[in-house]
Design a protein around this ligand. Structure first.
Ligand code: MG
Length: 279
């Protein structure tokens, strides 16, 4: 056997070994995190029948446009706000974000009139800046989940009619109007657990029968407080530790990484054994 073939075979073996170590590591992580989730919440198992998707930064690569629109709109009103703050506030309702800025600057909440003016301006600017490509590999993941007969919900703090309406155009046949929770449906919004609890109620499922996919710290906090298994996909500029610190059970660097790991994640689910049921 000549040197060329030996080198080729060695390289291939090394690559296969690296890949299997990578897959094995993920497997260990899934087993550990799922066990921890069941134990901490005293659930009887973990057997998802639905996946709850956040929208901005999970389905659409729209967070950059939202951040720029917030900064520009608040600047026009003489209120300082950075893009990083926009990412950290992602998931809140517009009303709550504006209140946060007012409390910081003026020591009081914004009035309804101030909120309406700013949110209208922000929405107008968002339409100008709009860049709403789909997050790479999210369509592949949605198609796979659909083929596995998992129910699919959207849980978003967004009240942008243009984005909500575009769901069907971008992901034909995947989303249903009665399987959505938006800014129009909730009183508190993320990081309050209300949006995810409302989706849970709409689904008719138990908390151990759901997986949440989020990208933002406040969204992760909301889902985690609702007692749901939360996967964070870090599609923005934040340090991934912010997402685990907010309560994410697993953090992926990209949607591709989640898509590639889905089968292995699924193999680690644990059907309920009907003992130690707490809810
Ligand atoms: Mg988001």
């Amino acid at each position: 056997m000549d040197v060329y073939w030996v080198n080729r075979m060695t390289k291939r073996t090394i690559l296969t070994d690296i890949l299997s170590i990578f897959v094995e590591n993920f497997n260990y992580m899934f087993t550990d995190q799922i066990e921890k989730f069941i134990h901490t919440n005293k659930y009887p198992g973990f057997n998802p029948k639905a996946v709850f998707f956040d929208m901005d930064g999970v389905l659409f690569d729209s967070m950059g446009s939202h951040a720029s629109a917030w900064v520009a709109a608040l600047k026009q009103m003489g209120l300082p706000f950075t893009e990083n703050e926009a990412y950290l506030n992602e998931g809140r309702t517009g009303s709550s974000t504006i209140d946060g800025v007012f409390v910081k600057e003026h020591g009081r909440n914004a009035t309804e009139a101030e909120k309406q003016t700013i949110y209208k301006l922000k929405s107008k600017l968002f339409e100008t800046f709009k860049h709403s490509e789909k997050i790479p590999f999210v369509t592949d993941l949605l198609i796979q989940l659909k083929s596995e007969k998992l129910d699919i919900f959207v849980v978003t703090g967004s009240g942008q009619p243009s984005l909500i309406d575009s769901l069907d155009g971008n992901f034909p046949g995947i989303f249903k109007k009665n399987k959505m929770v938006t800014a129009f449906d909730v009183q508190f919004g993320k990081p309050h657990p209300e949006p995810y609890l409302m989706a849970l109620k709409k689904s008719g499922l138990k908390p151990w029968e759901v997986v949440v996919i989020e990208n933002a710290p406040l969204g992760v906090e909301s889902a985690s407080k609702a007692g749901l298994f939360t996967i964070a996909v870090n599609t923005g500029p934040l340090d991934p530790s912010v997402l685990s610190d907010s309560g994410a059970d697993i953090v992926f660097d990209s949607m591709k990484e989640l898509f590639d790991s889905w089968d292995s994640f699924r193999e680690n689910w644990k059907p309920a054994n009907n003992t130690c049921v707490s809810q």
